[in-house]
Ligand binder design. Sequence first.
Ligand code: SF4
Length: 404
Amino acid sequence: MDMDRKLAILADAAKYDASCASSGTDARHSGDGRGLGSTEGMGICHSYAHDGRCISLLKILLTNACAFDCLYCVNRSSSNVERARFSVREVVALTLEFYRRNYIEGLFLSSGIIRSPDYTMEQVVRVARALREDHGFKGYIHLKTIPDADEALIAEAGLYADRLSINVELPSESSLRALAPEKDVRAIRRTMGKLRLKLDEAKAEPRAPRFAPAGQSTQMIVGVDGASDRDILGASANLYGAYRLKRVYYSAFSPIPDASAALPLAAPPLVREHRLYQADWLMRFYGFEVREIAETADGMLPLEMDPKLAWALRHRDAFPVDLNRAPREILLRVPGLGKTAVERLIASRRHRTVRAADLRQLRVPVARVLPFVVLADHHPAGVLDSEGLQATLAPAPRQLSLGL
Ligand code: SF4
């Protein structure tokens, strides 16, 4: 099979994995003439898919052959797809060539499980080792960790990779048992636990060997089982707490060819994935608990508005908030006020009284903020109680005209 065909198959097979953003690693470059590449983004074309995903990594599988038969996966052993496999040397050559052509800023390498977890992990590690040690590659590397692979291999992977990830795929053990019976949830968690220990060690001891400075991440598939958004966010909160994950990525299930009857026929709306990302952000940076964000009876986030606005509309009694007096944690709950705006507001109110006109300078969506706040020259009066507030702030979506 020629390289073009392999690349077509193995890049296509990797596209379902969303856990690939390249943020958070340490800065390094080859400006001193030694090695190749950088993680500083210079001279690199970043491109983003319409849904905001970074696509400037060479994102491929080493092979799409897999011994497992996870029903939701196009690479499962019973899938009727053409199989291909790169050699270690081929992946290394492709990465270097694409980097030199400025197509990519790094490599995201995953693999189906072949022979054994250790064998597969060893192949993945060999790619990273060759890039770093033989070619002085300083670009970004994200490696998938194979659950229950030998600890020494995981330690070596962390030496070369910026980020390591293991996909938990589904929020509950029962869903995993039903849809991916060969996956061992305990093995996944064991490996995540080992990664966390190594990450903690590397952080605490400056002389400890380098270990994945961009941390570990995981992916959950949305809309393939009956899990509600509350279930998914609850599982994420657990993972952030127990394994100190850097990111949980949410990937809306895409129907696959020759799918099992156990899978849904249609993909969930992509906006559901987007709302989960917003909710995840609220949990990590805005002090919200899962039970607050997804407190509806069915545990689903509303699709028609962001979860912070939805929370504010359900809790109108918590508003209006006085922007000149309220503490940071309360300001963070005001719809339209992001973290940066809150910091600027706090800095600004130290030496002057904040007025409605100042909101423009904070570059916040003024019409969204005003109904929820009190300023020196503004009070929302009865607006908060008005029935039409939701329609004003979250109008029903309208299809744009093509102008034909
Ligand atoms: S182990 Fe990974 S690659 Fe293999 S079938 Fe399951 S999800 Fe797909």
